[in-house]
Design a binder for this molecule. Structure first.
Ligand code: FE
Ligand code: MN
Length: 361
């Protein structure tokens, strides 16, 4: 018997029995291993939808003019040394952090999941980390910053080293043939997905994002600010990819979702918050961009609780209010569609052409 499947504007006719068998064999982990990348029938619709959204958001660093940034960087009076320090810090931290995230996707998560549509969206996720890494190179080259200075920052600043170790610890242990039928190994993977998506990309990126967007708000380094806004828009999709992946992994492996495990995850988030606050107090001149340190730090608590709730976990600082609504507005790009409406890139035009030709099929 034949059955019709609809994916976006495309229609596919599949043999029903084969399609049902393929569908049933699809799992986040321990599903059918296949080299043929059988996306159809789609089981994880969210993965395909997010893949399409991410593709429509495509950007390239060179599209963003850096003239004003270069001018300000060289002008003693236009920006202060503290403001230059924030930019160096942002470039230094993210240069390494984007690499760590991309590496974990390619060598751990994408390797261990089995459903092709999950591998599809993870491939795009990894590629976006490459774009982010490339955008940082573009900033380094435009401003004439010594790249070794940025690297040194990552290796020598203890509060950054600790943030780094926190995430690489949950990645290293998974780089071997892992028997994912064992509950303890399933938990290792769930922990990895939680830490990378919710603690690192979802929380620990936000201290520096906040600093750079504060400068952007004061018309300082507009090109860099723009790139960070695009990066942030991408990150919000990455957090969603990992959140969905986490939820489906739990859903399909209920035996790991114990009270003890939930508390372990909350404790990991608590550690991530502590590390981020130490980093902020140690490295980020919050007052210099016109913000109050306590508010800025409360903002981290606020975001962390949103991440926990998104994963069905109890908040740590229940009831804390968002102290910096303007920052949330600037960061929550989903709610602020207008900002991007003005910018229809060649890629977006190209992808809408693709949609048009899909319709004709
Ligand atoms: Fe990134
Ligand atoms: Mn990311």
């Amino acid at each position: 018997m034949q059955k019709t499947f609809q994916v976006g504007a495309k229609t596919f006719v599949l043999d029903q029995d084969k399609a049902e068998a393929a569908f049933a064999a699809k799992k986040v982990i321990n599903g059918r291993e296949t080299m043929t990348f059988n996306l159809l029938p789609l089981k994880y619709q969210w993965a395909y939808d997010l893949y399409r959204t991410m593709k429509a958001n495509h950007w390239e660093p060179e599209d963003i003019p850096m003239g004003k940034d270069i001018e300000q960087w060289r002008d003693e009076k236009a920006v202060s040394d503290i403001e230059r320090w924030i930019i160096r810090m942002g470039i230094g931290y993210f240069s390494a952090a984007e690499g760590i995230v991309g590496d974990n996707i390619q060598h751990v998560v994408r390797e261990l999941v089995t459903a092709p549509e999950l591998k599809l969206v993870l491939g795009r996720h990894a590629h976006e980390e490459n774009i982010h890494a490339d955008s940082l190179l573009y900033m380094i080259a435009s401003l004439g910053i010594n790249p070794h200075e940025c690297e040194a920052m990552f290796e020598d600043v203890p509060t950054i080293v600790r943030k780094n170790e926190f995430v690489t610890n949950v990645s290293r242990s998974l780089r071997r043939d892992l028997d994912l039928t064992l509950p303890e190994n399933k938990r290792l993977l769930a922990k990895n997905i939680f830490v990378f998506g919710q603690c690192m990309e979802g929380t620990q990126f936000y201290g520096l994002f906040g600093m750079i967007l504060s400068l952007y708000r004061q018309n300082k380094f507009p090109g860099i600010g723009q790139m960070f806004r695009y990066t942030l828009r991408d990150e919000s999709n990455h957090i969603e990819v990992f959140r969905n992946l986490f939820m489906d992994l739990i859903e399909e492996n209920r035996e790991i979702w114990t009270t003890e495990f939930k508390e372990e995850l909350r404790a990991l988030m608590s550690e991530a918050i502590t590390l981020e606050k130490e980093f902020i107090r140690d490295c980020l001149p919050v007052n210099a961009v016109g913000l109050a340190i306590e508010e800025f730090i409360t903002y981290i608590d606020y975001i962390a609780d949103r991440r926990l709730e998104g994963c069905g976990l109890a908040p740590l600082a229940a009831g804390v209010k968002n102290p910096l609504p303007w920052l949330a507005e600037m960061m929550d790009i989903k709610k602020e569609q207008n900002f991007f409406e003005g910018r229809v890139t060649e890629y977006q035009k190209a992808s809408s052409l693709n949609v048009a030709s899909d319709d004709e099929l």
